[in-house]
Design a protein around this ligand. Sequence first.
Ligand SMILES: Cc1ncc(COP(=O)(O)O)c(C=O)c1O
Length: 384
Amino acid sequence: MIYFNNAATSYPKPKEVFEAVNEYFNAPTCHSARTGLEVDPDDKASNARQKLARLFNVDDFNQIVFTSGSTEALNLAINGIGLKKGSHVVSTAIEHNSVIRPLKHLERDEGVEVDFVLCDEYTYVEPSKIEEAIKPNTKAVVVNHSSNVTGSILDLEAISSIAHKHGALIIVDASQSAGNIPIDVKSWDIDLLSFTGHKSLYGIQGIGGLYLKKGLNVKPLKVGGTGLKSEVLTQPTEMPLYYEAGTPNMPGIVSLDAGVGYILEKGIDVLRQKKVDIVKTFINEFKDYPEIDIYTRGDRNSYVNFCFNIRGMVPEEVGYVLDSSYDITVRTGLHCAPMILKPLGVYPWGTVRVSPSSFTVDSEVDKFIEAIKETVKTFVRKEK
Ligand SMILES: Cc1ncc(COP(=O)(O)O)c(C=O)c1O
């Protein structure tokens, strides 16, 4: 199988990830120390936090808490900051449902006012448009760093400075960018940033996390056992315990430690460049095809996914042909991001998204190009 669905979940993982998880399961799966309060070289959770802190340029690694993924991290951030009737939130049309749904639930259930700023034809959202949407009661700006559909990248530094100028927090969904694009939490002055472990950070599914700036008042989503301070009848407020009730997902944390370690060792730019080269090859190959519309475009794009449609075929048909005739797995449809599809003019059918990995080899690239050429010829091209 040729696997081109890495933006959903990455495959394969580096061998270092397999080895680390395997080693973990070959010993008693004892509870992590979970202190976070002192650096224990054997504490895998602290190791993973330190590596993530390096990757995101975070000063205090204990400000990074683990969750089951980005969805949980975004729920924690969005529901934890005290939004209530009378509060206003600015978000964008390039969001994933992990942002849209928590915001829409707050709108429906709590009377929070939410505005989603439209994107342009490159699915880019100008920071000035975000500023225009801000009102005196805006409490938060919630933005996707990089679209999981087209790959467009928003200017977090500019958006953060706009949010702060108006007294609002900035919450960032870095699910697609983490591991693909350098992130600088400190110099961009980000308040809350969610990431997922199983995509470009090469971890296994069920792990992710949230960075929280020091001093923010964010209510935990859950409270309970921490393995420490059992005599205290309410949730200990030390970081990261405050947000990590319950037995941690240690296999996930161990995988993330190994995955982020791999990125730090190889270099994020080197790993991304491999994907960019592949995506640009696809774009060059198909840019002159009148039957193909390409949505990965513009100056402000990560170019790690090739997002397109073949005219006259719905995305599912393309996905079916690729799978059944060529054993190529891609993602088709709405990509859990319904709002971005309207400005692209492809709602409600969506697009085809091809997301290679740094492990993709040339023969896989060639086979995909051949498969698309044949598909166009067989199903849509009117030969004279
Ligand atoms: C932009 C974006 N946000 C959020 C998520 C949800 O991440 P998780 O699978 O960790 O809950 C995804 C995953 O598809 C995504 O692409």
